[in-house]
Design a protein around this ligand. Structure first.
Ligand SMILES: Nc1nc2c(c(=O)[nH]1)N[C@H]1C(S)=C(S)[C@@H](COP(=O)(O)OP(=O)(O)OC[C@H]3O[C@@H](n4cnc5c(=O)[nH]c(N)nc54)[C@H](O)[C@@H]3O)O[C@H]1N2
Ligand SMILES: Nc1nc2c(c(=O)[nH]1)N[C@H]1C(S)=C(S)[C@@H](COP(=O)(O)OP(=O)(O)OC[C@H]3O[C@@H](n4cnc5c(=O)[nH]c(N)nc54)[C@H](O)[C@@H]3O)O[C@H]1N2
Ligand code: SF4
Ligand SMILES: [Mo]
Length: 686
């Protein structure tokens, strides 16, 4: 029988949201390719998704519910039927609610799947239950806060507009890993003669497309932008006319802040020579349409929101926000395209319940009182791997009195600590509707194949749990497709005029770009360099948390091209491409410690110790160490992974994570200190 082809969408937390073509034969996905009709991704896929069918039909997929039979974390379970699993969960929850109240139950979810219905499927259920709410701030809320302080709700340009720029700055973004399709427009710009700069803390694979690689000290990019703006102003290169018409507070900024931000002072903070800052400022100001593609890494510091805010001011000085091909692109805000409250149903809450910051899960599980967290329900997230302060989380998850349910596709580090594991469908096995944070496309996906084994989607699992908890609302008896239809039935300004027939066929459809150029959607209708609503009304340099830390290396917990957060570690070929769980350092840092390439080392700080394989490379400057990827413990050299080194401290604004604001020291893994990969004994902090 010849294969049938179904359109689908890449469900992962990636700005590109690729269109997929899925070949199905005999009920199995046999090949997955890029959809050439997708307006932004144009038929190419990244290395992670070239064999999505191997993830979907992996022999490691969970196919039945499991009940824990051994110690927590041991990974010993026995299969049980769904009815029994659901009944056990409902019974435990009833008991916990009777003793501690419903806020003793904490849901934990993030972005294993980005589809609007499956991603948010638990919200109505937990709102109805009265459970604690989760503040989902692990990714980039500081970036959003910093951007909004200057630009409000001003939409970003179309990502392909970068092709019309003559100076592209990839600022704190490893696009070769995290947004490969954006590089299409960058290459087009290069063909037309544009220069490309990369500003990062080490030489990432994205350096291959850059003409110029500028390495700043971690967390210091705000100072670089301030130094550039000082030079632009001092040398009369600012666009006075644009500033007068479209910018609020430039005179105050120039007088109170910029005057002190000499290249010498800012060079001291960034580690760049003053002459380099001057050169960058002149080239930036002289470009016809400079385009900044802003990543999120630089916002994951104690000063992250302020850094983004400062960078967002730079294009205003030279009028780049008014030019086609110019300005700044932090991502797209396509949230208003759908009335998501139809899915999340906050109105199901009898009263507003407690909010727990997801970055502080370790604290929540070990320290929270009134009530303590007595049950954790994790779905499409892997907090034991991806969330800061792994030791605190594992200590919490090892609590015998904590009732943990994990809904997963694989036996992750988190699932190993569950009392009950529920098997989840992959995106090819359930329906959803997708938007994107790097494009203006939306797309509806229908299941291409039947669920593997007894796996169920997030939505279908919450309908079962709702029934078991006796929730009578008809809302909980709908199918995922009913809910998608409902989302599409509620009109929004952003979706006005879209091609509904193509959407129904499963094709990617672009939202029309709502705003005319130079409509700045802020309170003042101007670019707000001065924002009186902010605690600091003007941008300025703020220090990072670890500025005065006593350990010598700043740890970059960066993305790898061959995994996505802690996803894709089921595929051996991708693990091999990463070359194992490595820590990269400069030759001088290795030799100062008597360490050599390929050796097993221990990275440590006050929070934990993690074994890595050392990679000595001059792509990393002195003072920095780089750990790409968030490995599963079962594939790590030791018994912890990178987030045993990261802290629960938050960003200046937005309550975000501060993964990169981390200091470590490194030593050789000594005899007797070798950690066995399967010793699942939770450590106590040193
Ligand atoms: N292959 C792959 N793709 C991914 C992911 C992945 O893990 N792997 N993750 C997905 C997710 S969840 C997200 S949020 C997105 C974006 O994920 P992000 O983590 O925002 O990744 P990038 O935007 O590429 O930015 C990270 C870059 O910032 C750099 N950086 C860190 N600190 C600084 C600094 O102080 N200054 C400067 N200039 N640079 C700094 C890091 O070295 C790194 O190269 O990518 C998504 N796509
Ligand atoms: N050291 C370090 N840590 C990081 C980062 C980093 O760059 N460095 N990045 C951070 C960032 S930006 C983010 S956004 C977070 C991401 O954190 P998470 O969203 O928790 O990360 P993922 O690894 O993508 O884990 C998602 C899990 O969802 C499962 N899953 C996929 N689809 C479904 C489904 O339909 N249903 C269910 N029930 N499960 C499903 C997958 O099997 C996977 O194990 O990680 C953060 N952690
Ligand atoms: S992870 Fe990103 S680049 Fe790769 S297929 Fe998915 S959407 Fe496309
Ligand atoms: Mo993220």
């Amino acid at each position: 029988m010849s294969p049938t082809i179904t359109r689908s969408v890449c469900p992962y937390d990636c700005p590109d949201a690729c269109g997929l073509l899925v070949e199905v034969a005999g009920g199995r996905a046999v090949r997955v390719t890029g959809d050439p009709d997708h307006p932004f991704t144009r038929g190419t896929l990244c290395p992670k998704m070239l064999h999505y069918e191997r993830t979907v039909h992996s022999p490691q997929r969970l196919t039945t519910p499991l009940l824990r039979t051994g110690a927590k974390g041991s990974g010993t379970f026995r299969p049980i039927p769904w009815e029994e699993a659901v009944e056990r969960i409902a019974e435990r929850w009833r008991g916990i609610i009777a003793t501690h109240g419903a806020e003793a139950i904490l849901p934990y979810s993030y972005a294993g799947t980005m589809g609007l219905v499956q991603r948010n499927a638990g919200h109505p259920f937990f709102h109805r239950l009265g459970a604690s709410r989760l503040d989902r701030t692990i990714c980039s809320p500081a970036k959003d806060a910093g951007w909004k302080a200057v630009m409000g709700e001003t939409p970003s340009p179309h990502p392909d507009e970068v092709a019309e720029s003559d100076l592209v700055i990839l600022w704190g973004i490893n696009a070769a890993a995290t947004s490969i399709h954006f590089l299409h427009g960058v290459r087009e710009a290069k063909k037309r003669g544009a220069a490309v700069w990369l500003i990062d803390t080490y030489e990432t694979p994205t350096a291959a497309v850059a003409d110029r690689v500028i390495l700043t000290r971690p967390g210091s990019d705000g100072a670089l932008a301030l130094g550039m703006m000082h030079v632009i102003e001092r040398e009369g290169l600012a666009d006075r006319d644009f500033i007068e018409r479209y910018v609020q507070g430039f005179a105050e900024f120039s007088g109170q802040v910029l005057s002190d931000c000499t290249p010498e002072r800012m060079g001291g903070i960034t580690g760049l020579a003053p002459a380099v800052i001057e050169e960058l400022a002149r080239a930036y100001a002289r470009a016809g349409a400079p385009f900044i593609r802003l990543g999120s890494g630089l916002s994951r510091y104690g000063n992250g929101a302020m850094t983004v805010r400062t960078i967002a001011a730079l294009p205003a000085l030279v009028g780049a926000y008014g030019k086609r091909g110019g300005g700044c692109f932090p991502g797209t805000s396509t949230g208003p395209a759908f009335a998501l409250k139809e899915v999340t149903r906050e109105d199901f809450m009898a009263r507003p319940s407690r909010i727990v910051n997801m970055n502080r899960l370790g604290q929540a599980l070990t320290e929270l009182a009134d009530p303590p967290v007595m049950s954790l329900y994790v779905y499409h997230a892997n907090p034991a791997a991806v969330t800061p302060d792994q030791n605190a989380i594992l200590r919490g998850m090892a609590r015998d009195d904590l009732f943990t349910v994990v809904h997963e596709r694989f036996m992750t580090d988190t699932a190993r600590y569950a009392d009950i594991v529920l098997p989840a469908t992959s995106s090819l096995e359930h329906a959803d509707i997708y938007r994107s944070y790097g494009t203006y496309c939306i797309q509806r996906a229908r299941p291409a194949i039947a669920p593997e084994g007894e796996s169920r989607s997030n939505w279908d699992t919450f309908t079962l749990l709702a029934e078991a908890m006796g929730f009578g609302e008809p809302f909980f008896r709908q199918s995922a497709d009913d809910l998608i239809d409902r989302l599409l039935a509620v009109p929004t300004a952003m979706r006005e005029g879209i091609d509904l027939a193509s959407l129904a066929e499963g094709k990617a459809v672009e939202l029309p770009l709502a705003s005319a150029p130079r409509a700045f959607r802020t309170a003042s209708e101007k670019i707000e360099i001065l924002n009186p609503a902010e605690p600091h009304p003007l941008p300025r340099y703020l220090a990072i948390h670890e500025e005065k830390g006593d350990l010598p290396l700043m740890l970059m917990t960066a993305p790898t091209p061959y995994a996505l957060n802690a996803s894709f570690y089921e595929l051996e070929e991708l693990r091999e491409k990463q070359g194992g769980m490595r820590l990269m350092v400069a030759p001088a840092e290795a030799s100062a410690r008597g360490l050599v390439d390929g050796q097993r080392v221990v990275a440590f700080n006050g929070l934990g110790e993690v074994d890595f394989i050392l990679a000595v490379t001059d792509r990393v400057p002195a003072g920095v160490a780089v750990a790409e990827g968030v490995w599963w413990i079962e594939h790590a050299p030791g018994n912890r992974t990178v987030n045993a080194l990261t802290s629960q401290r938050l960003t200046d604004r937005g309550n975000g994570s501060t993964f990169y604001d981390t200091r470590i020291e490194v030593r050789a893994a000594g005899k007797g200190q070798e950690l066995s990969p399967h010793s699942w004994i939770p450590q106590h902090p040193m």
